[in-house]
Design a protein around this ligand. Sequence first.
Ligand SMILES: *[C@@H]1O[C@H](CO)[C@@H](O)[C@H](O)[C@H]1NC(C)=O
Ligand SMILES: *[C@@H]1O[C@H](CO)[C@@H](O)[C@H](O)[C@H]1NC(C)=O
Ligand SMILES: *[C@@H]1O[C@H](CO)[C@@H](O)[C@H](O)[C@H]1NC(C)=O
Length: 464
Amino acid sequence: MVDSRVPSPITNSQMIVMKLLSFSLLSFLFTTAIATETPKEPLITRIAFGSCANQSAPQPIWDAINEFDPQVFVWLGDNIYGDIRKPNRVIGKERTIGPWRNSPRFVPSSEEEMKSRYAKAKANPGYSRLQRKTRVIGTWDDHDYGLNDAGKEFDRKVINQKLMLDFLDEPLDSPRRKQAGVYASYTFGPPNKNVKVIVLDTRYHRDPLRSDGSFLGDTQWEWLEKELRGPRSEITIIGSSVQVISNLSATTGPLFYMESWGRFPKERKRLFQLIEATKRNGVVFISGDVHFGEITRYDCAVGYPLYDVTSSGLVQSVEKVFPRPLRVIVRLLFWYTPTTMRVINGNCRYRSCTYGQQNFGAISIDWNANPATIRLEVRDVNGVTVLGTNVSLSTLQPQGLKDSTTKGKSQRYCTLEVDLPGTVRYRLAVLIYFIISVLAMALLGLIVGTVLTITACVHKCKLD
Ligand SMILES: *[C@@H]1O[C@H](CO)[C@@H](O)[C@H](O)[C@H]1NC(C)=O
Ligand SMILES: *[C@@H]1O[C@H](CO)[C@@H](O)[C@H](O)[C@H]1NC(C)=O
Ligand SMILES: *[C@@H]1O[C@H](CO)[C@@H](O)[C@H](O)[C@H]1NC(C)=O
C-alpha cells in the first residue's frame, strides 16, 4: 500500500529547499518549459539487508554494514527478540521440552517490555549511525511479531504492529498504520533504472503450520497482485521473513522442521504463478529467519531463474550456540545435508556454501555494465564476502534461460528436495539415528559389561 519514492540520505526539508532553489534557478535562466523537469531520483546501487538481531547482545555487524554504505537497508524480521524464552527443562515443575511437557517454551512480553526492547535496539550506536544516512525499511518475523512460530491466531498482533511501525519511524498518517499487517512496497531510482522493493507480511494472516492453508491472506494476495501488475521496474526485490526457495525441512525432517514457504506448497506455487502471470521480470527474493546465510536458485518456477538470498542472523547465528571446537561439526553437517537449490561456487568461505556466523546481505547493482549486473552476496562481520554470485539482469527474464550457455548445468536447480531419492534425502536423519544407536549400544554394552564383571567378581569372591 505504501509507495514512496525516496530521495536517499538527504532529508525532506533539504530536498524541498533544493527543489525550490533549482526550480527558481532554472526558471530564471531558461524558459518555463525546461523548468518543469523534475529533479532526478538518485540511482540505487547498494542495498543491504539482514535479520535476527538480539537487542541484548553486542551487534558489531553494523560497522560492516555502515562500511558497505547501503542506500537502503531492509529488515527481514526478528528485528528484536520480543518474546520470552523459558529455559529447556525435561523435568521439574515447568517442563518446556520432552514427552512430559506441560508449559510453553515461549511466551509473549507485555507492551511495556516490547517497547523497552525496541528502544534498546534503536539506541544501538551502530544502528543509529546507519539510520541517520540510510533509508531503513522492512518487515517482521515471529520473534518481533511477538511469539515464536506464531501466525494469524496471535492476539497481540494489532498492538505489536504499531510498535514495529514506530520502530521503523513510519509516518503517523501512513496507510500502513491502518492496514492489517506490515506489508509494503517502495520504488527507488530514476526511470528505466527502477528498483522496486516489496516486503511481505508472512505472519499476520498465516494459517497454522501443517494446515496447508493461507500464507499471506486474501487481502495481501490481492495487494501483491496489484503491485506486481503495476508500473514496470528493472529489478523487483521481494523480501520475505522466511525462505522462499530452499526447503530445508524436506532434508532435515523427521529430525526437525523449519518454517518456510516450502511448508505451504500450494501457496508457494501461487506465488510463482503470480510472478509468471503478471510477467514480472527481474524478481529476486531476499529472506532471513534460519540463523545462517545461503543463496539458492530455482530455474523451473517462472521461466527464468529465481534467486533467494538468505541472510540470518545479524546477531543470532547457528554456530554461536556451539562451543568453538564443535563448530566444525556444524559445518560438516551442513555440507552433508543434501540440497538441490543451493548455489555452490568458488565464492564461498566454506565447502557447504552456507555461512553459520554473523552476517548481512549485500546487493550491488552495476547499471553501467551492458547488460546491467546484480551482485548478490552474504558478507561476514568484517564485511568480507562469504557467499556470492553475479547475475546478469538479462538472465532474469523468460528468454534468459534459453540464451544461457549453462543451460545443461542449470537443470540441477529444478529438482525439488522432496523428489530426491530416499537414500539421499534422508541421509542426515540416517546418520544421526545411526550415531545415536551406536552410542546407545555402546552405553548398553558398558552397562552389561559392568554388571557381568560385578556378578562374576561377587561369585568369585564368594567362592574364595
Ligand atoms: C540475547 O542475548 C543475551 C545476551 O547475550 C542472551 O542472554 C539471550 O539469551 C539472547 N536471546 C536469545 C533469544 O538468544
Ligand atoms: C517441503 O518439505 C516439506 C517437508 O518434507 C514437504 O511437506 C513440502 O511438500 C515440501 N515443499 C515443497 C514445495 O517441495
Ligand atoms: C562479480 O562482479 C564483481 C563486481 O560487481 C566483480 O568484481 C567480480 O569479479 C565478479 N565475479 C565473477 C565471478 O564474475
